[in-house]
Structures are given as structure tokens and as C-alpha cells.
Design a protein around this ligand. Structure first.
Ligand SMILES: NC(=O)C1=CN([C@@H]2O[C@H](COP(=O)(O)OP(=O)(O)OC[C@H]3O[C@@H](n4cnc5c(N)ncnc54)[C@H](OP(=O)(O)O)[C@@H]3O)[C@@H](O)[C@H]2O)C=CC1
Ligand SMILES: Nc1nc2c(c(=O)[nH]1)N=C([C@H](O)[C@@H](O)CO)CN2
Length: 236
């Protein structure tokens, strides 16, 4: 039996891109469940609109499995899972292995375990989708964010493998942005440097990720694909 009105789960939705996409999904009439780690204003905003917020710390296997168990007490079906949660950590001397372990856990272990343990919930919905939010930087590598880039590359690999494994009941795709939103502490010189990397040279904001998400959710003939959303960095 196909679940009608099954919720969409989006991870890391307490701020920025995740919060924007969660709000837009609510605007468009989808029931939303979301994960958060830090207490932020966005959590209350989503809860006031009827979304269900679940605490999650994806930095350990135990934390991931605890989230999955909590999720299953709230729903027995899912329309989609959007793996948005992410840590953008540069290498710091003496802390390299911790950075790699943390980003492996949030960028790879969490999507891997959640997808495996929650595929049955997705199979109760038609259509059903998994979307991994990756990063255009995987295309070239990154001198300043080696571990971040490597773990996002691993996420792109999960897109291909799960797309093959879960077809035809569940579509599995990725979105690979380049800079869409600066961080508050990004100074003018950094912003100018980053904007100069793309052909279009703009800070587009999170809506371009929502537009990409809707394309993947709405298109019945796309799986195993990662959408590049990078302002034309690759042609610059
Ligand atoms: N912003 C940009 O320009 C770009 C973004 N991307 C990708 O797009 C997605 C959204 O980006 P953006 O909104 O900037 O992301 P953020 O840096 O705002 O991170 C999103 C959320 O991930 C959560 N998170 C981080 N680590 C963990 C963890 N260990 N366990 C659970 N949750 C965790 C945080 O939760 P909390 O705050 O509750 O602690 C955070 O709010 C990310 O996957 C990012 O890598 C790719 C390229 C460019
Ligand atoms: N989890 C995050 N990942 C990324 C972020 C971010 O703020 N959080 N920001 C970027 C930058 O915009 C980068 O694309 C600038 O070149 C990349 N990933």
C-alpha cells in the first residue's frame, strides 16, 4: 500500500540552505521532518509551521543510529530523504585526522546508514527519492579542504551505488553546488575572490538549490545523476 502524504526528511535544516529548502517544501504543501544539532531560531520557525524536528549528531555511528531509531518512532514512510547536513572544516595542523573522521561521519557514514536503514520507509511512497548534497569542488579537488573534498567525493560515489541498488522504486541523485551562500564572517576580499571563480560571478542564494531539488523530486526519469550548480566555474 502506498503511503499518501509521506513526509520529506531533510538533515541539517536549522539554518541556511537546509532551512530555506525546508520552508519552501512546507510552502509547497509537503509534510517535513528535519534534523538539527544546535539550538537555532530556525528550529522554532519550522516547528511553528508543523514540521517535526529531531536532534541528530552525525559525528558518530551511535549518534546516527540513535537518530534513525528516533525517526522510526515518528513515521513509517518517507517521500524523500535530503542529505544536506555538512561540516566545512579546513585542515588544521595536529587536528587533521579528527577533521577527516568528523566529515567522513557526517558526509558519508550518515547518508550510508540512513539510506540502508530507511529504504523500507521510502519504498512505501511512490515516487520516492534520495538526494545527496555534495560540492562542485569534487571535480578538481581542494588544497585548503582536502578531507572535506574527499568525503564529498565519497558521497558522490554513494549516489551512483544507491541509485543502482534501489532502482526502480527509489531514485537517488545528487546536487553539487559551488558557492551559493557566503558565511557571515567572509570578508570583502574573500568574497571578491570567490565570485571571480565563476563565469556568472554572483552569490545566488539557497533558492537555486531548492530549484534543483524540485527538479529531481519531480522528474520520474532521472537517477544516478549529480546536478552541477556552480555559476559556470568549469568554463571559467
Ligand atoms: N553554502 C555554500 O555556498 C555551499 C554549500 N554546499 C553544501 O550545501 C549544503 C548546505 O550548505 P550550508 O547551508 O552552507 O551548510 P551549513 O554549513 O550551514 O551546514 C548545514 C548544517 O549541517 C549541520 N551539521 C554539521 N555537522 C553536523 C553533524 N556532525 N551532525 C549533525 N548535523 C551537522 C549543522 O547543524 P547545526 O547548525 O544544527 O549544528 C548545520 O546547520 C551542505 O551539504 C554544503 O556542504 C556546497 C557548496 C557550497
Ligand atoms: N557545510 C558547508 N559546506 C560548504 C560551505 C558551507 O558554508 N558549509 N561553504 C562552501 C563555500 O561556499 C565554498 O564553496 C566557497 O568556495 C563550500 N561548502
Amino acid at each position: 500500500m502506498t503511503a499518501t502524504n509521506a513526509p520529506i526528511l531533510i538533515t541539517g535544516a536549522s539554518q541556511r540552505v537546509g532551512l530555506h529548502c525546508a520552508e519552501r517544501l512546507l510552502d509547497d504543501g509537503y509534510p517535513v521532518m528535519f534534523s538539527y544539532r544546535s539550538e537555532r531560531e530556525g528550529i522554532q520557525t519550522l516547528r511553528e509551521r508543523g514540521a517535526i524536528g529531531l536532534f541528530a549528531d552525525f559525528s558518530s555511528e551511535a549518534g546516527i543510529l540513535a537518530f534513525i531509531a528516533q525517526l522510526k518512532t515518528h513515521t513509517d514512510s518517507l517521500r524523500a530523504i535530503v542529505h544536506n547536513a555538512s561540516a566545512w572544516i579546513a585542515e588544521t595542523p595536529g587536528d587533521e585526522s579528527r577533521a577527516l573522521q568528523d566529515m567522513f561521519s557526517v558526509h558519508m557514514l550518515a547518508p550510508y546508514l540512513i539510506n540502508l536503514h530507511c529504504s523500507a520507509l521510502l519504498q512505501r511512497s511512490t515516487p520516492a527519492d534520495i538526494v545527496h548534497i555534495s560540492d562542485d569542488v569534487v571535480r578538481k579537488g581542494s588544497r585548503q579542504h582536502i578531507a572535506y573534498c574527499a568525503t564529498k567525493a565519497g558521497l558522490d560515489s554513494l549516489t551512483l551505488s544507491f541509485a543502482a541498488q534501489f532502482a526502480p522504486l527509489i531514485k537517488v541523485n545528487g546536487i553539487a553546488p559551488a558557492m551559493v551562500m557566503f558565511n557571515e564572517d567572509d570578508d570583502a576580499a574573500y568574497r571578491a575572490k570567490v565570485l571571480a571563480k565563476s563565469a556568472l560571478g554572483i552569490e545566488p542564494g539557497p533558492q537555486v538549490i531548492y530549484q534543483s531539488l524540485r527538479y529531481l523530486l519531480d522528474n520520474p526519469y532521472v537517477t544516478g545523476t549529480t546536478l552541477t550548480v556552480n555559476g559556470g566555474r568549469h568554463i571559467k
